[in-house]
Ligand binder design. Sequence first.
Ligand code: 5GP
Length: 188
Amino acid sequence: MSCRYMAAVSSSLLRRSITLSPFNPLKPPNSIRLIQSSFQLPVRQCPRRAMSRVGATHDEEAAARAAATEADSGAPTIFDKIISKEIPSSIVYEDDKVLAFHDINPQAPVHVLVIPKLRDGLTELGKAEPRHEDILGHLLHASKIVAEKEGIVDGFRVVINSGASACQSVYHLHLHVLGGRQLKWPPG
Ligand code: 5GP
């Protein structure tokens, strides 16, 4: 069995952990249920929620590629509605520049997204320019504050998926802050 196959299977199982894992049992927390019941996302913007079989990784990749085709259109994303509070989210931290909220499809006991309130061309990290240095540093520091607030500052991971081949699905830069369990390396 190849490493690539193993990685694909592990990745898919990880993404399905909302129903399988001990930290995220059949009943998700109230905050998550509230968000899930409040609105529906187009699959294009949240492909991981549609995963229901091991081979679905291919669907996720296809959805990520589809999302990437509109990345530079300037169209608002679901995160704009979260920033404007049009769509509810479970906020962990907020200041004038960034917003941090629990991911709707957590991949670990703690899974928080940290986003800039102003996208300013930062659809993905791959579009970063020198003018973005301040906000990029601010986002990293905010991630540490989030880790403290969530009680995982002793061990956590910050992930940025940039572009379709990294399976980015929302084109508004975001940092995933993950922790609360033993994280494995390398990631899938
Ligand atoms: P990406 O795949 O682009 O790196 O990560 C996007 C993340 O946004 C995913 O982990 C997905 O679960 C999360 N997400 C997508 N839509 C929503 C939403 O409406 N609310 C919340 N809280 N998270 C979302």
